[in-house]
Ligand binder design. Sequence first.
Ligand code: OOG
Ligand code: MG
Length: 257
Amino acid sequence: MNLQELALKIDQHQQTGVEMDKITIENSRLTVEDAYKIQELAVDEAIERGDSLVGWKMGLTSLAKQKSVGVDEAIYGRLTKSMELSEPVLHMKGLIHPRVEPELAFVLNKDLSGPDVTVRDVWAATECIFPALEVIDSRYKNFSFTLVDVVADNASSTKFYLGNQAFSPYHTSWEKMKVSMYRNGEKLQSGLGSDVLEHPVKSVVELVKMLSNSGHSLKAGMVVLAGGITEAVNIYAGDRIEIYFDDLAEVKLEVKE
Ligand code: OOG
Ligand code: MG
């Protein structure tokens, strides 16, 4: 299959929420570069239907996450308008086997581009930071994939929710922030801001560098999810998720049928 055919197939599964075999089973020679092209073409399909690109996400930026899915490098994905939850309520309809993870979201007020971007550039372009969560849902059977598969499937992007409170980037030392995630009152995961590439700001630096390789860049107003701070947790209808970001913020999610 060519890249466009693969993109159409993945887009179909992303829309219908029906699981699929890994694309690498029948297309073993695909490169990571091909996979990013497939990702772009599939998201272009959604954009043609009226969706829009509102940001980007980094994935597999913590060791815990890399180990849990057996892929040992960071990846990026595209965030579209239809993925953003306006309320902390998730409906299971159309999803396959979703998981939730704690994230920090950077919202930009300046463009960022190029391979030489620095931490200083990122801080100077950050309007605010939101404690947030991401819902990921791999389209592949058993949530099992290779690097190429997961990149083509838009890094499992599905939904995201930014908490109510935004913070100044200088409000706290984000790498020292403790994060814990509860499902139905039971603590299942905990981590530190520094679990994301030593400091979440470095995730944005890395994203800009990776994007510059393929001629893309970050635009003012965009949101960037810096990557799951802990492993992701499976969610089912009826679940209640609570994520505590130190005593700064609490982000909740209610899961419905
Ligand atoms: C890939 C997406 C990972 C993150 O924050 O690490 C991700 C996956 O685990 O399915 O969003
Ligand atoms: Mg994530």
